[in-house]
Design a protein around this ligand. Structure first.
Ligand code: NOJ
Length: 708
């Protein structure tokens, strides 16, 4: 008998349900429910998994409790939300996505795993793969933006980074692809609201990132809090048992979201905890996080015949197998230890690189950046706010570890006059500091305005119906611009989402979307502002001109009545442009990359063929250019109307006057789409290939090839 078989044979029902239960320790609270009596539960075998406990000593003590006081001595599984770094905080995921570099995404996950594992953890609840197109939704900050192809690349990179080649490694964490699925499509961008998503949208947009994560070997998956077409994901047999497990072959652990099984009652699909627990188990959820539904509900569900002991055993087996894969049976204390100063310093350096590459230069009129000589006025509530640089979900991140913009600039420019005033708070209505802050403009040659949201304004349950500048920041902007009198005004926007700030963008000379850059924020921004680094971030999400445009994204399907200003009965607004303020992929660099010579060979290919797509870039600017080149494709005539789709992205860095060629391989298999029956379909016909710096069609070079 295998170790797992013997354990299952020896277990009482309470012990089995314990392996299917995850309870929070009291260190970090990430939901409404708090669990007490965790220690007693570990000893009795009623709790086999714990979240929100970290630190080598604490985790070791908890593990010792399980191994020394519980009957079967099964090691605990310890998990935490390590979303964008553990203690060393990298940019928020939306920001890091802007680097468009899977190698970087993997590297930060690798370092986060090493740091988390050194703190005694086994599992992270990441990556978050929710494609999202509604900036009102606070959790857009945690994900990869609006595009499914990007989310798939992110899935592969993050799973590889967290889990490395083999989960037994003492520096690995089991990853958790979440939130399965279409959580990003919540109604009106309001967290936890229901979603009504078509089966086609699931197949085209929301399922592929999870398929990619499974392909990369993800150990666990978390169903979303939300419902799709009336069925909550925590009870969705068709999407969990049939699709994930049956079709995609996922045999890892399904862990519920926080209290989500009990919430089946509020969803109106379960009358009580027993029914809720039965529905979740029938759907295939192995671990109940914080609802206590399995512990309290499954005994009765078994009695009533709603579930079988075989269902229970199958889940227990998957949990024990994960613990085995993590090497916990062989050495439960393998994770947890100290790291050398060299490792920590290299990690900080990576954080600086990631931050530098995540920041997007949205506008740079008359080469306002990089900064010239002269005195600086640094103004705004985010200028000297180290804690705010962390962004949402930074459980082990410490404000004191973070470098503010002001500190970064003072360090980078020690001989420069740099005067600072916050002017206003992020959110309050106190405007008493505005006049003094605006007065700094008189003594400055350039003005740096640091504006945006607080950490608490994005992330879970942090949705905004007015995703603009909060508090009195707009008044501060007015006062500063009035006083600037032609001096350059550079705006740094800190936010967990694209902000709807068209007037601000129109009036500033330069605008940087800094997102929440993490612990190296100030150093990264100083590198970019001074020109030590050339901006290279590209927005992974469209920036709306108006809230009324939401959702605005590049992958819209064609309409029978394309917008035509001369024709009233076409698809457009009367009072606003259709296009976003900044399209997906937009981002400037200090150089001036010019595209030419798009070539696609051969010009036709069959189902097993591929195309080589190449384009020449020349840097005509006086600074280095760091360019991300996007490859899109569009099936011109198909049995199902096709949007323009992202098929590749590549980076190139060019010195002034340098030129280079960027090449993509595009397999014709990747031009398949879900056909009328939603199965992948290869359809002969013309494909438009579009290559350029963003999804703005007017700036894309095009060619046409044939699928035969
Ligand atoms: C709720 C969130 O939805 C999920 O993403 C997170 O992993 C859990 N809480 C645990 O903190």
């Amino acid at each position: 008998m295998s170790r797992i078989d013997s354990l299952i044979a020896a277990m009482t029902l309470t012990e089995k349900l314990g392996q299917m239960t995850m309870a929070t320790a009291d260190s970090v609270i990430t939901g409404a429910v708090m669990r007490t009596g965790v220690d007693a539960g570990i000893t009795s075998g009623a709790i086999g998994n714990v979240l929100n406990l970290y630190g080598a000593d604490k985790t070791r003590a908890a593990q010792r409790l399980a191994l020394e006081t519980s009957r079967l001595k099964i090691p605990l599984l310890l998990g935490l939300d390590i979303i964008h770094g553990h203690r060393t905080i990298f940019p928020i995921p939306l920001g890091e996505t802007a680097a468009f570099d899977p190698a970087l995404w993997e590297a930060t996950a690798r370092e986060a795993a090493r740091e988390g594992a050194a703190d005694g953890l086994h599992m992270t609840f990441a990556p978050m793969l929710d494609v999202a197109r509604d900036p009102r939704w606070g959790r857009i900050a945690e994900g990869p933006g609006e595009d499914s192809f990007v989310a798939q690349a992110m899935a592969r990179a993050k799973v590889k980074g967290f889990q490395a080649a083999d989960l037994t490694g003492a520096d690995t964490l089991a990853a958790c692809a979440k939130h399965y699925c279409a959580y990003g499509a919540v109604t009106a961008g309001r967290d936890y609201a229901a979603t009504d998503v078509t089966p086609r949208a699931l197949r085209e947009i929301y399922l592929p990132p999870f398929e990619a994560a499974i392909g990369a070997g993800v150990a666990t998956i978390m169903p979303a809090f939300t419902s799709i077409d009336g069925v909550p994901l925590s009870a969705h047999r068709a999407l969990l048992k049939d699709y994930l497990r049956g079709r995609l072959g996922f045999d890892g652990v399904l862990v519920s979201d926080y209290n989500a099984i009990a919430e089946l009652i509020h969803h109106g699909v379960a009358a009580d905890l027993t029914e809720a627990a039965a529905l979740a188990l029938q759907a295939g959820i192995d671990i109940d996080m914080m609802a206590n539904a399995y512990h309290d509900g499954l005994p009765l569900a078994l009695e009533r015949g709603l579930v079988t002991m075989a269902d229970v055993d199958a889940s227990v087996r998957r949990v024990l197998r994960l613990k085995e894969q993590l090497g916990l049976f062989d050495d439960p204390y393998r994770r947890g230890g100290t790291e050398s100063a060299t490792v920590l310093a290299a990690r900080r350096q990576l954080a600086r690189e990631a931050a530098t590459r995540s920041i997007v230069l949205l506008k740079n009129e008359d080469a306002a950046l990089p900064l010239g000589e002269g005195r600086l006025a640094v103004i705004g509530p985010l200028a000297d706010a180290p804690g705010e640089m962390r962004g949402c979900w930074s459980a082990a991140g410490v404000a004191g570890d973070c470098v503010s913009v002001l500190a970064g600039l003072r360090f980078a420019l020690p001989h420069r006059s740099i005067r600072y005033a916050p002017g206003v708070d992020i959110e309050s209505s106190d405007d008493s500091g505005i006049a003094a802050a605006a007065a700094l403009c008189d003594e400055a040659d350039a003005i740096l305005l640091c504006l945006g949201e607080s950490v608490a304004m994005s992330g879970e349950a942090s949705c905004r119906a007015h995703p603009g500048l909060p508090g009195k920041q707009a008044a501060l902007v007015d006062a500063v611009l009035a006083r600037a009198r032609g001096k350059k005004v550079i705006v740094m926007l800190f936010s967990g989402r694209p902000l709807v700030v068209p007037d601000l963008v129109a009036r500033a000379d330069a605008v940087l979307a800094a997102w929440a850059p993490g612990c190296e924020a100030g150093n990264a921004l100083a590198d970019l502002l001074t020109g030590r680094a050339s901006p290279s971030g590209r927005t992974p999400i469209s920036w709306p001109r108006a809230i009324g445009q939401i959702p605005v994204f590049f992958g819209e399907r064609p309409t029978g009545r394309p917008a035509n200003p001369a024709d009233h009965y076409t698809s457009k607004y009367l009072d606003e442009a259709n296009e976003p303020l900044f399209p997906f992929g937009h981002g400037l660099t200090y150089g001036d990359p010019v595209y030419s010579g798009l070539q696609v060979t051969p010009d036709m290919a069959g189902p097993l063929g591929s195309f080589t797509v190449s384009v020449r870039l020349a840097n005509r600017g006086v600074h280095a250019a760091s360019e991300t080149v996007f490859l899109f494709a569009r099936d011109k005539v198909a049995s199902v109307s096709r949007p323009m789709e992202l098929k590749g992205f590549e980076r190139i860095t060019l010195k002034p006057d340098e030129s280079g060629i960027v090449t993509f391989q595009l397999a014709t298999q990747d031009l398949r789409f879900p056909g009328p029956d939603l199965e992948p379909l290869f359809e002969p016909g013309e494909i438009e290939i579009l290559v350029g710096p963003s999804a703005d069609r007017t700036r894309l070079l095009t060619a046409t090839v044939n699928l035969v």
